[in-house]
Design a protein around this ligand. Structure first.
Ligand code: FES
Length: 136
């Protein structure tokens, strides 16, 4: 192989590799992945969450907390703090959700009680039967 031919082949290879390194990520960004997990449901026994307690689960990659509120029934809230995304925790003693990062507080409906968060925690729909709770 001539030196000139080797140089042309090398440049063609590098050009193609460079093009692919830009086109592939761009296509992944523009075309969302097909995700069958979006249709997934999570079912829990009601007995697992007595009144005044909560259970943390992962629902389609989103950390949620299912709370059995005394007298108000079950609710599913995202645990992702609306301030900067830390995971909030259920404070059963004070009946609220508390963020460990900057101390934002939310009531058991997800509404902001204390900042710095300004938006409520997203709520997820539940189907409740006599023995089970289904999210999704
Ligand atoms: S991330 Fe929750 S208060 Fe800042």
């Amino acid at each position: 192989m001539e030196r000139r031919q080797l140089l042309k082949s090398s440049l063609a290879f590098l050009g193609t590799a460079t093009l692919i390194s830009f086109v592939y990520p761009a296509s992944k960004f523009l075309i969302p992945p097909k995700n069958n997990a979006q249709d997934a449901q999570v079912t829990l026994d009601k007995d697992q969450i007595p009144p005044g307690t909560a259970k943390e689960i992962l629902y389609n990659g989103v950390p949620l907390v299912i709370i059995n509120r005394r007298g108000s029934g079950f609710i599913a809230l995202s645990r992702v703090c609306t301030h900067l995304g830390c995971l909030v925790g259920y404070d059963s003693f004070n009946n609220k959700m508390v963020c460990p990062c900057h101390a934002a507080e939310f009531d058991l409906e997800g509404k902001v009680l204390a900042g710095p968060a300004t938006k409520p925690l997203p709520r997820y729909p539940l189907k409740i039967s006599s023995k089970q709770i289904t999210i999704g």
